[in-house]
Ligand binder design. Structure first.
Ligand SMILES: NC(=O)c1ccc[n+]([C@@H]2O[C@H](COP(=O)([O-])OP(=O)(O)OC[C@H]3O[C@@H](n4cnc5c(N)ncnc54)[C@H](O)[C@@H]3O)[C@@H](O)[C@H]2O)c1
Length: 319
């Protein structure tokens, strides 16, 4: 298949593109390098440095069997401070890209959505038909694109899958997790444990959870990559689908920090601060629909294993 991967220089895009190339797909990757690294683009990908908002550029790339759309800004905390930037890049730019894809005749889109579309949810684990009340502009930006895709699909303009990832984690030495402004717990904790950061702050220890810290569902990037390929195939039988991608098991921030200490053998004092605006207390996926519709379950389910892979990848990045 001929596949367009946007955000190919980022964490999840680069790992997914690697899998696509390995199975023999022809992969064109677009990235404006606003946060990704050119060195992260996998061998075998035809790389185009550019912006997804550039209609003419996307049209010039031709027709694809599918587009996997990872490009976007990803920090929900930052989106609370500069919502206009998040709506411009995640919504307006994506709509331009979708217009170019539809006009060019590309038939399928697999979209990186997020558990951030749910907000604070009363019933756990979270099923896909739970109410969507995002607590940040980031989550809202994902929901807006989901809604656009649902209309496009309903009107027969393209087929689309919105994959709502919970917390992407793990990594590979070739394509470690790296964000220009890191906000994710595991890479921050690894950097702190390794002495590469002076401070580490745990945001909120008064959540209504067993140890007072947020609970999240960590899903390995290689499991995410596999799910995208299954989603392309599933769109042969569906016009539009929404699936959670998680393990169905949550870990508190303190449990993650304990795992980081076990894996790295390094411990340092952790400071606590007030809750970060926009952070729900608990996000854990129901995995039933992904199992049923995609035939997908996460294979990496042990927290220490996920952290160990992230640690190996982190050390490769630090070299
Ligand atoms: N990492 C997670 O835990 C997580 C969870 C849920 C959803 N997601 C979504 O998955 C996607 C990928 O996440 P990631 O962790 O790989 O992020 P990332 O920052 O590593 O990758 C995103 C890539 O998109 C590129 N990009 C951003 N705006 C662009 C634009 N306008 N044109 C072209 N390229 C652009 C960046 O340079 C970067 O390489 C994002 O859409 C994110 O919202 C991630």
């Amino acid at each position: 298949m001929r596949i367009l991967v946007t955000g190919v220089a980022g964490f999840i895009g680069s790992n997914t593109a690697t899998l696509l190339v390995a199975r023999g797909d022809s992969v064109v990757g677009v990235d404006n390098l606003s946060s990704g690294l050119a060195s992260n683009v996998p061998a075998g990908v035809e790389f185009v440095e550019g912006d997804i908002a550039d209609y003419e550029l996307i049209r010039s790339l031709g027709i694809f069997d599918a587009c996997i759309h990872f490009a976007g800004f990803i920090a929900s905390g930052e989106s609370m401070e500069i919502p206009e930037v998040y709506f411009a890049n995640n919504v307006a730019a994506t709509l331009e890209m979708l217009r170019a894809l539809v006009d060019g005749g590309t038939g399928k889109v697999v979209f990186s959505s997020s558990a951030g579309v749910y907000g604070d949810v009363a019933t756990l684990p979270i099923e896909e038909d739970a109410p969507t009340t995002p607590t940040s502009p980031y989550g809202e930006s994902k929901l807006m694109i989901e809604q656009a895709l649902r209309w496009f699909a309903q009107q027969g303009r393209l087929r689309a899958a919105a994959l709502r990832y919970f917390n992407a984690a793990g990594g590979t030495s070739a394509h470690p997790e790296h964000h220009s402004q890191e906000t994710h717990l595991i890479p921050l904790a690894l950097a702190y444990a390794n002495g590469d950061r002076d401070a580490f702050v745990l945001f909120g220890d008064d959540y209504p959870t067993s140890d007072g810290t947020c609970i999240r569902d960590y899903v390995h990037v290689l499991d995410l990559a596999r799910a995208h390929i299954l989603a392309i195939d599933a769109l042969d039988n569906h016009n539009y689908l929404v699936c959670n991608l998680g393990t169905g098991r949550g870990f508190s921030n303190r449990e993650v920090l304990d795992a980081v200490a076990r894996v790295t053998g390094l411990t340092r004092q952790v400071a606590t601060a007030d809750r970060r605006p926009g952070d729900p207390a608990v996000l854990v996926a129901s995995t039933a629909r992904a199992e049923r519709v995609l035939g997908w379950t996460a294979q990496h389910t042990q927290l220490d294993g996920i952290v160990a892979d992230a640690w190996t990848a982190y050390q490769a990045l630090a070299k």
